[in-house]
Ligand binder design. Structure first.
Ligand SMILES: Nc1ncnc2c1ncn2[C@@H]1O[C@H](COP(=O)(O)OP(=O)(O)O)[C@@H](O)[C@H]1O
Ligand SMILES: [Mg+2]
Length: 270
């Protein structure tokens, strides 16, 4: 049996029940799911969707093993070269600390991105403490912005992503249409349960669905997925080029664009 820290994240049983999502929509969304399923891609596209509609949005990239800031767009697109490291190294979190470490998009002034920079890793800030991470979530929640958090897959080893999932208003859970994803999710269920995760705030989606994959099969295993994000070769090319804030204009991206619109409407009311 796994050895859980006493008083740690996974030993809490009686988490107070989260408020049911109000009609006005969520403010903080955590995007989580199985490894490589498209979490970062979808989080970036959702952030762009909101920013294009002149909504303030902060995109927090949680992956501290593979910093994603250098992967999502050319560095020249962002104002500044601030790092999540400075936030995680602080003694306490304030709104101005967060704002000072945001990298604003030069063309989309409503969009700010926070993440580790190229070459950084988990060792460039002190060991994370749960109180600081909860404070971070609380301050983000009080900001005048929508917050989209691109989480890592691993709950047990990544406290930042775990706290984000626990504290967010809503969680968009993505999986690929394959047994490996289903197996991964099953392996994480116990952690979520132990940490007191509120499954009422969960939106389920299948991601990067290719035309030969039967999403109906997934439904048999997981129940009905609310959203289906189709594979888009144009999007794949954008990921390869590290240019995710570009528009998706080709016809074969229409299904993906429509689904992002649907998710935004459902989750944020935008
Ligand atoms: N809808 C999609 N269409 C095309 N490719 C996709 C789509 N969603 C994800 N991908 C591909 O899946 C890979 C992993 O995506 P990424 O967002 O980095 O996943 P994660 O953050 O879950 O690890 C990328 O190479 C990306 O091109
Ligand atoms: Mg990712």
């Amino acid at each position: 049996m796994l050895n859980f820290k006493k008083g740690g994240l996974f030993s809490r049983k009686d988490e107070p029940e989260q408020d049911v999502l109000q009609e006005i929509g969520a403010q903080v969304l955590a995007v989580w799911g199985s490894p490589g399923c498209g979490k970062t891609t979808v989080a970036v596209k959702l952030a762009k969707y909101l920013a294009d509609r002149k909504k303030n949005v902060v995109l927090l990239l949680c992956d501290c093993t593979t910093p994603m800031l250098p992967c999502i767009c050319p560095s020249g697109e962002l104002e500044g070269d601030h790092s999540l490291r400075s936030i995680l190294a602080a003694n306490s979190i304030t709104e101005s600390l967060i704002k000072n470490n945001c990298n604003t998009h030069k063309r989309m002034s409503h969009l700010a991105v926070i993440g580790l920079q190229k070459g950084e890793n988990e060792n460039c800030y002190p060991p994370v403490n749960e109180k600081l991470l909860r404070e971070l979530m609380s301050v983000l929640h009080d900001m005048d912005s929508h917050i989209i958090i691109d989480c890592g897959s691993s709950i047990f080893f990544d406290e930042l992503s775990t706290i984000a999932i626990l504290e967010a208003d809503a969680v968009l859970r993505l999986i690929n249409c394959d047994l490996k994803s289903v197996s991964y999710l099953s392996s994480q269920q116990e952690y979520l349960r132990m940490a007191g995760f509120d499954s009422d705030k969960l939106y389920k989606a299948v991601s990067n669905v290719k035309s030969n994959e039967a999403s109906q099969n997934m439904e048999q295993v997981l129940g009905k997925a609310v959203f289906t994000l189709p594979h888009s070769p144009e999007l794949e090319a954008q990921v390869l080029a590290g240019n995710l804030f570009a528009d998706l204009s080709l016809k074969d991206s229409r299904g993906f664009r429509k689904e992002i619109q649907k998710i935004s409407k459902e989750v944020f009311g935008v």
